[in-house]
Design a protein around this ligand. Structure first.
Ligand SMILES: [Zn+2]
Length: 89
């Protein structure tokens, strides 16, 4: 792997020796397929931690339309958070 250097050209993946990829960045050493495989083996994607109820209440307070001139964004955010809260209970 250390014999690879930045070429900016389309190169044959040294890991699978079948797929080609454009090495447009110096850190791209293998094709996307091999990269994803390795990533999957090395570190499974962590599930997002659910928001705790106490934090949800805090977020709802902070987003509440009363504090944001009843803006569309605050209404949307509050509705979203309330739905999360209901699902969590
Ligand atoms: Zn590959």
């Amino acid at each position: 792997m250390n014999n690879k250097f930045f070429t900016g050209a389309k190169v044959l993946c040294p890991a699978c020796n079948t797929r080609k990829f454009v090495q447009d960045q110096p850190w791209k050493l293998v094709c996307v397929g091999c990269y994803m495989e390795r990533k999957g083996n090395a570190a499974p994607i962590a599930k997002p931690k659910p928001i705790e109820l106490e934090m949800l209440r805090r977020l709802i307070q902070l987003c509440h339309p009363d504090k944001h001139a009843n803006s569309e964004a605050s209404n949307m955010a509050t509705r979203f958070l309330l739905a999360l809260k209901e699902a969590a209970q």
